[in-house]
Design a protein around this ligand. Structure first.
Ligand code: BGP
Length: 471
């Protein structure tokens, strides 16, 4: 039975990307980032040896891009402000006037086209020089970040509607300290815990600085969250899921939104001697007093967990999966290109968790999307990608967002990952996520079928859906 799903008035329809993934290096002055550094050291780690040097060349094409935002129904859009571009001497020193000109021009262009500016201050793009002095393991870097944030509030405060301290702060910890997919490529939980703690402190200190500016905008954080499902109701599976959830969900969510660390996680880290070395009472006070005012939820896949089947190697490095194994659920629906399970109902469970356990804080879906390899297979004779699978993916997830709103969740919008196909870290251009396709040789942008659908959906503030697909 088809039903017209209507979303609340002024619902945010849009998408997101980040500076390093879309701007291109350009010639306005920019410090080397850890991505550029890593590419120089190990180009073989990047899909087809493609770096972030050019990406979408958004720096030079932003006017055309804003027109495409309008054409694909955006009323809001998130990008990040590049710390390395703002402070080209390596993340500190003099602010770059050319960077200010660029971001002011971009944000003004968006605003005058009716697109609210969502600005994020950190999307994995540490200036390499600051990584050299310890990156997020260093208090000096926290101070430099707060100065950068404060400069952005001052320079762009009149143009930005929503601010975010971090996108997916768990990512650099997982990748950089536990799983080897992000600079500095260490395997060291304790150092990772220090970097995580200072990231959380940097978030709080940036919010503290933000409050001094007395802007009418809000500031929050964007977290990648997955509901954690145990394989079964067996006690051992349930316990494994609880621990995985502490490491991956509560670790950042609790301190950044509630101002406190989950006591069970602290106990566990104490037991295994994995607590960060440097944390002061004044830090904990700052974290307590400066929490997110709005929460972005990035949802791609559920987390399925079971009790360990094998013994751990205690001579190996301490890792969260000492306590659980990932469960491959028979019958799961997969995005094989990315290796992520597609489970739309997970978005509802996630939103209910936020409603029930985090004071129903104002929130929105800040990323959700489907990366597909070799999308040119689906190109029609006029050069348009017929990505019906993406339209279905969006609808299936949004139907559960609609249901979450019906259930009282304080959800204000939906942003897709992503707008125009962009550079995806070590996967470079392998998987395409955009509403608009990008020709890498000519930089030509072409709206996909999903972009046309998105525009219609945004104009109607909803879409027709077969409710039998919900369970
Ligand atoms: C999120 C990141 C994005 C984006 C997206 C898609 O985790 O915030 O930057 O890259 O995932 O993932 P990937 O690019 O790894 O396919």
């Amino acid at each position: 039975m088809d039903k017209q799903l209507k979303f609340p008035e002024n619902f945010w329809w849009g998408s997101a990307w980040s500076a390093e993934q879309a701007e291109g290096r350009g010639t306005t002055g920019k410090a080397e980032t850890i991505w550029e550094r890593w590419f120089k050291e190990e180009p073989n780690r990047f899909y087809q040896g493609i770096s972030s040097a050019v990406t979408d060349d958004h720096l030079h094409r932003f006017k055309e891009d804003v027109a495409l935002m309008v054409a694909t129904g955006h009323n809001s859009f998130r990008t990040s402000i590049s710390w390395a571009r703002m402070f080209p001497d390596g993340g500190t020193g003099e602010v770059n006037p050319q960077a200010i000109v660029f971001y002011r021009a971009l944000f003004s262009e968006m605003k005058s086209n009716g697109i609210q500016v969502f600005a994020n201050l950190y999307h994995f793009d540490m200036p390499a020089k600051l990584q050299d002095i310890g990156g997020w393991e260093s208090r000096e870097v926290v101070a430099a970040y707060v100065h950068f944030a404060d400069t952005c509030f001052k320079e762009f405060g009149d143009l930005v509607e929503h601010w975010f301290t971090f996108n997916e702060p768990l990512g650099p910890i997982l990748g950089g300290y536990l799983e080897d997919f992000h600079y500095p490529n260490l395997i060291d939980f304790k150092r990772g815990a220090q970097a995580a703690f200072f990231t959380i402190l940097a978030h709080a200190k940036a919010i503290e600085a933000f409050k001094r500016h007395q802007l009418s905008s809000k500031i929050g954080v964007i977290l990648n969250l997955s509901p954690t499902y145990p394989r079964s109701k067996n006690e051992a599976d349930v316990k494994a899921a609880e621990i995985a959830d502490l490491f991956y969900t509560r670790s950042f969510l609790d301190p950044m939104v509630k101002g406190v660390f989950p006591s069970k996680l602290v106990q566990l880290l104490e037991q295994y001697d994995q607590m960060p070395l440097d944390f002061q009472p004044a830090d904990l006070d700052c974290i307590k007093n400066n929490v997110a005012q709005i929460l972005g939820l990035n949802y791609y896949e559920p987390r399925r967990v079971k009790a360990r089947l094998t013994a751990i190697n205690e001579a190996g490095p301490f890792l969260p999966d000492w306590f659980f194994e990932h469960h491959i659920m028979p019958g799961r629906r997969m995005n094989e290109y990315r290796g992520w399970e597609i489970y739309p109902k997970g978005i509802l469970d996630l939103c209910l968790d936020i409603k029930n356990n985090y004071g129903n804080i104002e929130a929105f879906i800040s990323e959700n999307g489907m990366g597909v390899a070799d999308e040119e297979r689906f190109m029609n004779q006029v050069g348009q990608i017929e990505d019906t699978y993406r339209i279905d993916y969006i609808k299936d997830h949004l139907a559960y967002v609609w249901r979450a709103i019906e259930a009282g969740c304080n959800l204000k919008g939906y942003h897709l990952w992503t707008f125009i196909d962009c550079w995806s870290w070590i996967n470079a251009y392998k998987n395409r996520y955009g509403l608009v396709s990008l020709d890498l040789t000519t930089q030509k942008r072409t709206i996909k079928q999903s972009g046309i659908f998105y525009k219609k959906m945004s104009a109607a503030n909803g879409f027709e859906y077969n409710m039998e697909n919900l369970n």
